[in-house]
Design a protein around this ligand. Structure first.
Ligand SMILES: Cc1cc2nc3c(=O)[nH]c(=O)nc-3n(C[C@H](O)[C@H](O)[C@H](O)COP(=O)(O)O)c2cc1C
Length: 363
């Protein structure tokens, strides 16, 4: 199985939801990057459940066992470990051969011939995103040195809607301190929407909008390493992600060239475009405008309402209600996961263009 993403800057993930340890290995990171453990903790906190979401709250104490010396990256493999503590595997014993609708239980059973660790969703669990956030935080901080910032806000959660990015540079920077990442004042509405779904024993989905600012022109390659392709490949690995669109995305179908072409202009000796319907990418290559993309997150599969499914060991149709601890919405928690995994993609793209000391490039 391939658990690695990236060409030059590579992330490898390991672990299962209810096993002793989960973790990540990050290869190809430049030497001399300061590792800010407080920032890593803050980022992990954003991914943890808040009031109304799943009661499985992990403390996410992490340990970096290689690749960091005296507080700086050495340039060798960074191995980061996080222990699992708050597990209740008995929740899964009775339902181990019941396929939760929309979850990966059935496909995992077939693919791994029944040898997969099914407890808590095993390797398919959202828990595996914790190490992505931890190592991604190191990369996010490193990118800030080059004035590259990444931010994701909740554009939609259930029926609650946020505005799109308008003053993108300012808004992206403001998002970095927020536990509920939104631009408008809708934190309470989102919390209420999640609580409502929980009360109904149901779940809701949403849309996350991400922007990357400060990228140089020329990252990415036209064939098979397009910026869209590399971002989509990484983001689609996050459980629950079902759609992605760059810039105007599917709305291009409703527009005409005359209204949606991003017309060029030179402002203060810098090439820009008057609009950014292409989301900062032409021909698979960054054009210097912010990269903007939307990610669709489906409602959490595990719900407390009765649904039809199968017992894949007995070969019978059954009904199921999920009684374990689950999130009525995973939209908010995935925002920081996207920032983190996209930071790795950006580092990889920079490294493909500028080589192993990719943070030393001059514009
Ligand atoms: C942070 C995070 C938390 C998640 N929590 C749950 C959960 O509590 N219950 C659940 O059924 N799915 C949860 N998921 C979603 C499943 O991991 C995902 O639906 C499953 O792997 C199937 O993948 P797919 O939805 O991409 O097809 C979570 C995902 C993430 C990223």
């Amino acid at each position: 199985m391939r658990n690695t993403v990236g060409d030059n800057v590579r992330l490898t993930l390991f672990g299962e939801s209810h096993n002793e340890i989960i973790g990540a290995v990050l290869d190809g990171m430049c030497p001399g990057i300061k590792v800010d453990e407080e920032f890593i903790k803050l980022q992990l906190k954003k991914r943890r459940p808040m009031n109304g979401e799943t009661p499985r709250i992990e403390i996410d104490d992490f340990k970096i066992v290689s690749g960091v010396f005296n507080g700086y990256t050495t340039g060798e493999s960074i191995c980061l470990l996080i222990e699992n503590h708050n597990t209740r595997s008995q929740d899964y014993e009775e339902i181990k051969s019941i396929a939760r609708p929309s979850h990966a239980d059935y496909v995992a059973h077939v693919k791994y011939h029944g040898f997969n660790d099914y407890r808590g969703g095993g390797h398919f669990s959202g828990r595996i995103t914790a190490p992505i956030v931890a190592v991604g935080s190191i990369v996010l901080k490193a990118l800030e040195k080059k004035n590259i910032y990444i931010g994701t806000h909740i554009k939609k959660c259930g029926n609650v809607v946020d505005q799109d990015f308008l003053e993108v540079e300012k808004e992206v920077k403001e998002l970095s301190g927020k536990i509920i990442p939104v631009i408008s004042n809708i934190e309470e509405d989102i919390q209420n929407e999640i609580l409502k779904a929980k009360k109904e024993k149901d779940s809701i989905g949403g849309i996350l909008q991400t922007a990357i600012i400060g990228l140089p022109v020329g990252l990415g390659q036209p064939w098979f390493s397009s910026v869209e392709g590399k971002i989509a490949n990484a983001v689609f690995s996050i459980g629950g992600v079902k759609g992605i669109e760059f810039g105007a995305g599917f709305n291009f179908a409703n527009l005409k060239g005359s209204s949606c072409n991003d017309q060029f202009e030179i402002v203060n000796e810098k090439v820009t475009t008057k609009t950014n319907n292409n989301g900062g990418i032409n021909g698979g290559i960054t054009n210097g405008m912010p990269i903007v993309f939307n990610t669709a997150i489906k409602p959490t599969p595990s719900i407390g309402l009765s649904q039809d499914t199968i017992d894949f060991v007995k070969g019978e149709n059954v009904e199921t209600k999920v009684t374990g601890r689950h999130d009525p919405a995973i939209v908010r928690r995935i925002a920081v996961v996207i920032d983190s995994i996209v930071a790795l993609v950006v580092a990889d793209l920079l490294s493909m263009r500028y080589g192993e000391d990719f943070l030393e490039y001059e514009e």
